[in-house]
Design a protein around this ligand. Structure first.
Ligand code: ATP
Length: 258
């Protein structure tokens, strides 16, 4: 996935917000790339622009060298998104079976029954979950269903928008480990948003630090672990990211520059 000079501007009611301002990065196949930064830095808007939920005001998004096609159905099968809130992202009156069968129907898959069983098993849910409604599931189980919904059409790329931040800490680790296992087993490419450097460190090979819609710096996980960062803002994020305990001693706190 290649994102070049991506700009997203929201306009309305006399306001103009440059939510994303000239952002570029490349994610090679089967790698995991993180977008990190404080609230409002434009992370979610990048994911939304890639899958057509936010307007691309400038720049390009290319997958395997091609721009997303106008019809988007084939693109939508290959690039799936998992949202932050497993409570809001599932229809309250749709069973798990319906949630997982509908994308298969839309994309013309034939052996729907077998695919629904297989994907439930992939995300660690037994057949007893198949005809439950969302309110009959825990938060972690709901997020497993949301991940199954993203996987059921066999995409190559998952766009993960804070997939564990609405969950309890113990469940967060379970879901992150599940995602890592699925990426390995299915050869998936991840683009993952988090405000938490510890999560990005656990999940991603490389990361882009964002502030106010702009790129601050791109780093490898190794540079992050050894605190080989060049921007003051990244150092401030390291200090602010509680639970980030790996690597060298925490760098000196610096104010977040704006
Ligand atoms: N549909 C929209 N209309 C107008 N402004 C928007 C819209 N979506 C996002 N914004 C603005 O764009 C900026 C970036 O928002 P975005 O949600 O991408 O940030 P974020 O880094 O993902 O934050 P968070 O971690 O809180 O989700 C914010 O100033 C936000 O208010």
């Amino acid at each position: 996935m290649e994102v070049r000079d991506l700009t997203v501007v929201f306009e309305g009611r006399g306001r103009r917000v440059a939510a994303v301002d000239g952002v570029s990065f490349t994610v090679p196949p089967r790698q995991s790339f993180g977008l990190v930064g404080e609230s409002g830095s434009g992370k979610s808007t990048i994911l939304r622009a890639i899958c057509g939920l936010a307007p691309v005001t400038g720049g390009t998004v290319r997958i395997d060298g091609e721009a997303p096609p106008a019809g988007r159905l084939a693109f939508a099968r290959r690039v799936q998104m998992v949202f932050q809130d497993p409570y809001g992202s599932l229809h309250p009156r749709h069973t798990v079976d319906r949630v997982l069968s509908e994308p298969l129907q839309i994309h013309g898959f034939k052996d729907r029954d077998a695919r629904v069983s297989a994907v439930l098993s992939d995300v660690g849910l037994g057949p007893e979950f198949r005809f439950r409604l969302p309110h009959q599931l825990s938060g972690g189980q709901r997020q497993r269903v949301a991940i199954a919904r993203a996987l059921v059409t066999e995409p190559d790329i998952l766009l993960l928008d804070e997939p564990t931040s609405a969950l309890d800490a113990s469940i967060q680790a379970e879901i992150l480990n599940l995602l890592n296992r699925l990426r390995r087993e299915k050869g998936l490419t991840f683009l993952m948003v988090s405000h938490d450097l510890a999560v990005i460190d656990h999940m991603c090979d490389r990361l882009l630090v964002m502030q106010n819609g702009r790129m601050v710096e791109e780093l490898s996980r190794t540079s992050l672990d050894s605190r080989a960062v060049s921007a003051d803002y990244t150092r401030a994020l390291l200090v602010a990211s509680e639970g980030f305990r790996r690597g060298a001693p925490a760098p000196e706190a610096v104010p977040v520059s704006r």
